[in-house]
Design a protein around this ligand. Structure first.
Ligand code: LLP
Length: 447
């Protein structure tokens, strides 16, 4: 039955075993009994394998120019995940004080941390410098002065990158594109703001400019936009050399590599992307007479996305007659937009399957919805599922690792689901389910 679970969508160890899906050798039936639903199940070996794939791909294709593969913590982070990332030899991209706090709690090696953010607070900058993070990515002129001042006061020379907007239009959803012109991130190359940033950084002795950064968007399937963006970053290295007579040593090409959520998605492998990009970077540097800088990346989704699966329990089913006379089955699960906002926010599509058993019943047109008081609380808009699905059945949604738990909310005072790690038939709670007491604990009573 393995073939039913398309390996490009599911985590490596997902199988059908006696009707039920198992992940990491653990049956979803037992996982649901033991830990409740909804729950995120993270396939530990799968995560580690994907992380290593990025590290070894970078080392292999960029060789002496291999920089760091920074795992983008925003996709999903916990102390354990930070430790796995460190063990795999990756760096960590954090973009808030909260993400940095997890890194510090996990004792993540500071020199391999990169601090992002378009509006870092004084406190965040200060904490990052105190922890001696390897690099801070600068995003505005005010921030350049702010980081310089704080580093100076602490007697530190901080290594920095300047985030550039390379003007590349990536083919992805509007709100997850980041490097076209009309965005809040980075310094525009086209308008000259990028060079103003270089001049500004060069005035500060407490800042050491090591290079440039660009992130062009997320869930991108083709390499051409990354290649164009890399070439534009290299043009800045050339300009820098012409003006200052020295060479920039580092370029960070960001994250954004797409994964398969449905059968129709055809993601590129890290090897393919890295091989293409190393060729483009090396040729472009050669053509421009500069030495190749060290190249870093920031994959988030491509590492954790396929590693996690959400398990829901069906609560109700309802047949709804549509205006055209056809019918749709609404299947309500015990989570929804509070554990996966992506369908609502980006029209993101997912796959789903009956997880506790197999069924040979006829398929019927179904919509999987959550339990929130909101019409748009849809997990999967349109899917054919067996007509004998009943309350108590389990449904599994694969590839929910990236931006699922990390963008989860307490809307309708729902408690956020746990993250259960599975490996070699053993399951353990990595992040526990919230409780009503957790929610109530935030309120301060007057008396
Ligand atoms: N680096 C930077 C500077 C980023 O802003 C991001 C994502 C990444 C790396 C990682 O991108 P990834 O490899 O995971 O695509 N919440 C949205 C996506 C927004 C991502 C924001 N930045 C989603 O659910 O699709």
């Amino acid at each position: 039955m393995k073939s039913e679970l398309n390996s490009k969508i599911w985590s490596n160890s997902a199988r059908r075993d006696n009707g039920a899906i198992t992940i990491g050798g653990c049956s979803v039936i037992e996982l649901a009994e033991q830990f409740g639903t909804p729950a995120f199940i993270i396939d530990e070996a799968d995560f580690k394998a994907r992380a290593k794939q990025w590290k070894s791909g970078l080392d292999r294709y960029f060789a002496t120019n291999a920089g760091t593969a920074y795992y983008a913590a925003k996709a999903f982070i916990s102390r354990d995940v930070a430790r796995w990332v460190a063990e795999a030899g990756l760096g960590l991209d954090v973009c808030t004080g909260g993400e940095l706090a997890v890194a510090i709690a996990a004792e993540f090696p500071p020199q391999h941390i990169e601090m992002h953010g378009n509006n870092k607070s004084e406190r965040e900058i200060s904490e990052a410098i105190d922890y001696r993070v390897g690099v801070i990515v600068l995003d505005s002129l005010q921030e350049i002065d702010r980081v310089a001042r704080i580093a100076h006061a602490k007697g530190v020379v901080q290594r920095v990158l300047i985030r550039l907007t390379t003007g590349v239009e990536a083919h992805t959803h509007e709100s997850i594109k980041t490097a076209h012109e009309d965005v809040k991130f980075g310094f525009s190359m086209a308008s000259g703001a990028a060079w103003d940033a270089v001049l500004s950084v060069s005035k500060h002795e407490s800042l050491q400019l090591i290079g440039f950064h660009a992130h062009i968007g997320s869930q991108i399937f083709a390499t051409d936009a990354f290649e164009t963006s890399a070439e534009r970053l290299i043009s800045m290295v050339v300009k820098y050399k012409n003006e200052f007579g020295t060479e920039i040593t580092d370029l960070n090409l960001g994250g954004g590599y797409g994964i398969a959520y449905t059968e129709s998605d055809e993601p590129i492998t890290p090897e393919f992307a890295l091989e293409r990009l190393s060729t483009v970077v090396n040729e472009s540097c050669k053509k421009n007479g500069i030495s190749s800088p060290k190249i870093s990346f920031e994959p988030g989704r491509a590492i954790v996305g396929p590693s996690m699966t959400t398990i829901y329990e069906v609560g109700t089913t309802k047949e709804v007659r549509l205006e055209d006379g056809s019918t749709r089955w609404y299947i309500s699960v015990d989570g929804g937009m509070s554990d996966n906002i992506r369908p609502g926010l980006y029209d993101a599509e997912y796959s789903i399957t009956l997880a506790n058993r197999v069924s040979s019943a006829d398929l019927r047109r179904s919509r999987i919805v959550g339990k929130h008081c909101e019409t748009g609380d849809i997990v999967i808009k349109d899917v054919q599922l067996p007509s004998d699905i009943v309350p108590g059945d389990l449904l599994a949604v694969p590839a929910t690792g990236a931006y699922g738990r990390s963008m989860a909310s307490n809307y309708n005072h729902m408690v956020r689901p746990p993250v259960i790690s599975v490996l070699n038939k053993e399951a353990r709670i990595m992040v526990r389910r919230e409780t009503y007491a957790d929610l109530l604990a935030l309120e301060i009573d007057d008396d």
